[in-house]
Design a protein around this ligand. Sequence first.
Ligand code: 13P
Length: 255
Amino acid sequence: MKAKKIVIGNWKMSPHTRGEAKSLFDSVKKKVTSVKKTNVVVCPPFVFLGMLAGSLRSKNISLGGQDVFYKSRGSHTGEVSADMLSDSRAEYVIVGHSERRALGEDDEIVAKKAIQAVTDGLSVIICIGEDKRDESGKYLSVLSEELKNSLYKFPQQHLNKLIVAYEPIWAIGKTTFDAMSPADIEGTVIFIRKTLSLMYGKERASTIPIIYGGSVTVGNAKSLITDGGISGFLVGHESLIASNFNEIISIVEHA
Ligand code: 13P
């Protein structure tokens, strides 16, 4: 059976009220009733998870956290554990997003978070991406180092719960025309897959979904999913506009 495609909405620090969060989520829930070939995941701010979980009845949509702490217990003000996420019915968690790395989170912390989350039963979306591209190709070693270090000691028996999200930092939060080109995404995905093959062997590496994030919009989703060699998207600002996010889901579903 062909692996399902994946569309993940990263709501970041939005929307600003419970009411808006609920109506956005309700609209996506309605959409996914007709979706069969795509896993849809919504990652809201922590404070909305419990409320949205209460109305989560569909098998076609899952919740995810935007971050997690690397310890399961203890006095850690402000942190949220993987157990708490699971208890709020989150099945996924984003780890190592560039916006968290910009606040000081390094590969070592990312690796510890990934291990804790996957050990506690969550599927882990590991984010990697270069901040700029250079003609000599140095960004490729930046990417492979980031990937290797972020997956340091990742338990291999849980590789089926790993998703790699490639998000070039320079392409995040912009417009349709600022996303990376499908051809460049395809080339980078091949490189990431090669790095994963060196880490885990070709066969296992071939089963790890690689998705793209960075200004994915209704306007570019079709060409990116058709020609980018990816398994899906990690969508930022367009996931906050229900009709656009739903359209992106349709595009992936029918690609
Ligand atoms: P945008 O889709 O807003 O570029 O954000 C991408 C992203 O960072 C998703 O995690």
